[in-house]
Design a protein around this ligand. Sequence first.
Ligand SMILES: O=C([O-])C(=O)C[C@H](O)[C@@H](O)C(=O)[O-]
Ligand SMILES: [Mg+2]
Length: 426
Amino acid sequence: MPTPARQRIAAVDLTPVAFKDLPLLNAVGVHEPHAIRTVVEVRTDEGLTGLGETYGDTAHLDRLRRAAELIVGTDAWDLNAVAGQVRAALAGDAGAGGHGMAGMVTNSSTADAVFSPFEVACLDIQGKATGLPVSTLLGGAVRDRVDYSAYLFYKWAGHPDAEPDSWGAALDPDGLVAQARRMIDEYGFSAIKLKGGVFPPDEEIAAIRALRQAFPEHPLRLDPNAAWTVPTSVRVGRELDGVLEYLEDPTPGIEGMAEVARQVSMPLATNMCVVSFADLDPGIRQRAVRVVLSDHHFWGGLRRSTLLAGICETFGVRLSMHSNSHLGISLAAMTHLAAATPNLNYACDTHWPWKSADEDVVKPGALTFEAGAVAVPTGPGLGVELDRDALGRLHEQYLECGIRDRDDTGYMKRVDPSYELKKPRW
Ligand SMILES: O=C([O-])C(=O)C[C@H](O)[C@@H](O)C(=O)[O-]
Ligand SMILES: [Mg+2]
């Protein structure tokens, strides 16, 4: 058994990959036919490999490459040293963006987003070196299953010029209820989130009411990704008071959210205005949100996310979890983090059902949904194994698909040249 005392990082491999995505609509456009990610493999002198997964956009990939060079030689147990090397690699890079969130999250911390997959990979190594699951390294699992929510999207029947996909169109309340029914039948989810900001607010209110009628017991959330003005947010917030468990990012910015919060009684949640440690002071002081959706991909990894959880607990802010289109390494990391976060108050978001079952970079079997939850892996590290053939296939797909930066707005404009990006729209 290798000694856990020191695991020198000997090499880092970064592999951009693309996997098929469906035409999911949101406040800034529509998902392209492929989603892109980067798979991070950190190797040690002693032959252990840790896995991480992050965004695949060009600027981010470039920053990852610079950081990867500098972390070679550091100890996978010394996460502060790894973070220091990442910061050193980024020195002079004032750039923001390029994080793969289609312009929806713009002021998250670049250093935290770049550090995150290396931290996850180092924790995977630490787990493999000690035989302990990552949840134990994070302080111990307080639950052995992590609940996820049914993440509904308005969507077209298929990508333009392609056959309709198996989910078909969901452009009205009936379509969304049918989508929710299939997702709940297949995965057993016991909470529902609707991605809004696509149609005028009254249509989305009608959709929520239809979901409430069809699923009387499921907690509901609506997330228009800041597509509404303050007055629109207040009106919708009042109309849906008592119907939603929370309203996510109705309007842009901490000040706007705080103004809405003063006028509606239901909790407001965010993964757009409080997205880094620098946002916590103004966000909490101004009482802009009662729920923060954490996301280890931009909050600086799993340990920084548990720090966020502690700060939220101290100030009485509740915690949920955000997702973007992702593969199995991210699902494993999210599940370990959620398991080790006592004050996680809601079922986590996941885009998992939108991914083809036959496309992943991890071998099947380690992560399965049952009754809307994923059992926390109990093997060493993240508990998932890289499928090298699949990694190669998805890398080929990345090379062939031509997508280098997520661009929901550009894709929408190619399909509908009259489309205009408006923030807020209503
Ligand atoms: O909760 C959120 O804001 C998201 O999940 C952001 C994502 O980018 C989502 O809008 C998407 O995948 O289109
Ligand atoms: Mg959101």
